[in-house]
Unconditional design. Sequence first.
Length: 528
Amino acid sequence: MRGDGRFGKRRILCVFPRYTKAFGTWEHAYPLTDGVQAFMPPQGLLLIAAYMPADWDVRFVDENIRRTTPAEFEWAEAVFVSGMHIQRNQMIDIARRAHEFDIPAVIGGPSVSACPDYYPSFDYLHVGELGDATDDLIARLARDPSRPPQQIVLNTVDRLDMSKFPIPAYELINLDKYFLANLQYSSGCPYQCEFCDIPGLYGRNPRLKTPEQVIAELDKLLECGLSGSVYFVDDNFIGNRKAALELLPHLVAWQKRTGFQIRLACEATLNVAKRPEILKLMRDAYFTTIFCGIETPNPEALKSIAKDHNMMVPIMEAIHTLNSYGIEIASGIILGLDTDRPETENHLLEFIEQSQIPLLTINLLQALPKTPLWDRLKRENRLIEDDERESNVQFVMPYDEVVAMWRRCMSRAYEPKKVLGRYFQQSRVTYPNRIKPPFDKRQASWRNIRRGLIMLRNIIWRLGIVGDYKRDFWAFALPLLAKGDIEAVISSCLVAHHVIVFSREASGGKATASYYSTKLQEASVPAE
Ligand code: SF4
């Protein structure tokens, strides 16, 4: 679309809504950093921004960092918004503000694509991925940027081939303000786990960018100031194993060319443990973390949610295999499954102890539209619309017991001594298995050294001097600092501190139990 001279020049304001405080937004880690204010750059909006005709002016505001100003609304001819269900209230509020300036509000992204009826106040709904609906939207705005008399819904029928995706407009953001940088390499997943909306929304045959695109995108991220880590946000990095095997040597070569400045992370199914050829290349490409949806250690439960592929290798064996390649596992866990019983709580805590996985996102089961779970619960009359509840599922166990179990699990899994102990164990059994990249002066740039020193100072002050778990902190940090492993102290404490504080809020009933909730919620702190 870029460069197509048929279009009148327009001014587009892309606004990313503030997140509601949640386990996965990491805001308790930010005060330990050198100025991070948001989790990850919003891929979808930055992609749309890059897709606009070349002569259109595009501005971008992430309201997790600052609030959009009246002058920016005044400037714009249309406002584009995207987000997840958990940001629904905030997206609706952005449309309200756009309408105060009588400009059209356009919404795209995962929430509207799954639930268009959540957004009656928007002028344009962009349902689905980048494709013919996007071209239609651009053509309509080019013809007439005023608000249409009634809502227009544009559905993508022909998706743009991912090999034609432009590089997201990273130049519009300040990467230093983000906890993690990210990159999307594929879309879709071949599995059909009962609770997951990815196959329904994005298909079962993963679509892919070319290795050359991925490398060009990494180069652009570096040009735009990338440091630290890049998270591949694909729902399943090995959804197409052959393609992953083709991509990985390019990533290894890129790391060699750029001096191994960046660590990589991704999401993948646990059965990657059966693929030593992939794991070896991931190790060589400096993948240090994989998020695996283990969901539950109970084989009967895995079967009931169609996640049998987690059992291709015994779970504990799979975890040890990944650790032996220097890869730390972060895991998703779901409570509230039909198979859960009162003893589920102890089984989960035993599993955490045995696996020594430091970070587990423990969510209450949530039925999302466009999932087999939604369809089944609808048939069984077990979907509950009630904004006071933590989940829209009528559990088999009593609701209060499930929520209390979730709170207890969060509180016990994230006692400071426990979570820091698991990180310490990773420093013994996992981190030594990583490659030792040759020294390159780009790793030790003044900028990186300064960032590291600021974070270390903040961590020592906030956790080791004025914090309320000083003893546990020093028991963890001292042996690592004595070995000179400052990086392990910083990376572990950033994550551990967030989950410790979040779990305290959760056990006090102040935090939401599902990152994927469709429940209407306010942003934790309004943007300033
Ligand atoms: S949960 Fe993961 S493996 Fe299962 S369908 Fe979703 S993306 Fe695929």
